[in-house]
Design a protein around this ligand. Sequence first.
Ligand code: NCD
Length: 317
Amino acid sequence: MTQAAIVKKPVTKITFPHHDFLSIEDLNADDITALLDLAEHYVVQNRRKSQTTAMLRGIVVVNVFLENSTGTRLSFEMAAKRLGAEVLNLGVEGSSIYKGESFTDIIRTVGAMLPDLVVVRHKKNGAALEAARLLDCPVLSGGDGTREHPTQALADALTLRRHFGRLEGLKVAICGDIMHSRVAHSNITLLQKMGANVVCAGPQELLPALPCATSDMTEALKDADAVMALRIQKERMERTLSLTDAEYFHAFGIDEDKMKHASPAAVVLHPGPMNRGVEIDNALADDDRRSLIRTQIEMGVAVRMACLDLLTRNSRR
Ligand code: NCD
């Protein structure tokens, strides 16, 4: 199905009645559809030769990334620049966090400079919400704690919607470290709101108590349309995993053998960063017939452009 068939509303008519975007929990299915529809417009724009617009000229976006990131930070920066915004980046290295400055004081300092929008990434649950309470401008979560990564969930949803033409009714198996993964949490919430059937699978010690969670990989992958592999978030664990990397790959890593349980046309996803040979097979990750991983990265820029566009509409009036 082509995207023209999915997106019905002109982009100027798309509404998003939120000041900040901190969590998929705050959105209903219409909000999610609005964001995905607008992102479609940016996918088309980004594939054109001259990709940059002046839409956000004069707008200053500050990326406060107090937890390491390669893909997400670059993606937010790319998105803002494609829309013509000025971008300032504050990373862990450049901040005074090592001098003992608190997160609250860092955010207050940023706020006193009157930015137009702030993106927050932090290891603490609720950090983006805390920033939103301190700032007058819109705040966008770039992933905080183990609970929220709303723009990654949108990127994954857009990737799936473009591939299958729908989200409703898809069976999506999310596999790996579900317990510590904000990507898993945001994806489960979004996909369930959009009518997909989500199953989470991984070792018992990495599974939260969710009705959709199982440690039986065969059951989880059975007839799945999409299989998402997630990294083991060692940096967030209190205890070391009881499995070695090799044991983990054998039991839970996504490879051709396990994909035989999925639907014959099933695709694989991974939000990155990937540990090849641990949660996903090396060749499968690069197999263009099965893997949508590169598309997820491309869609990430488009959904972040949509978020920046919608959240700055008031300040641009
Ligand atoms: C994830 C994150 O940081 O939550 N990556 C991302 O943003 N694309 C997943 C991870 O770190 O494993």
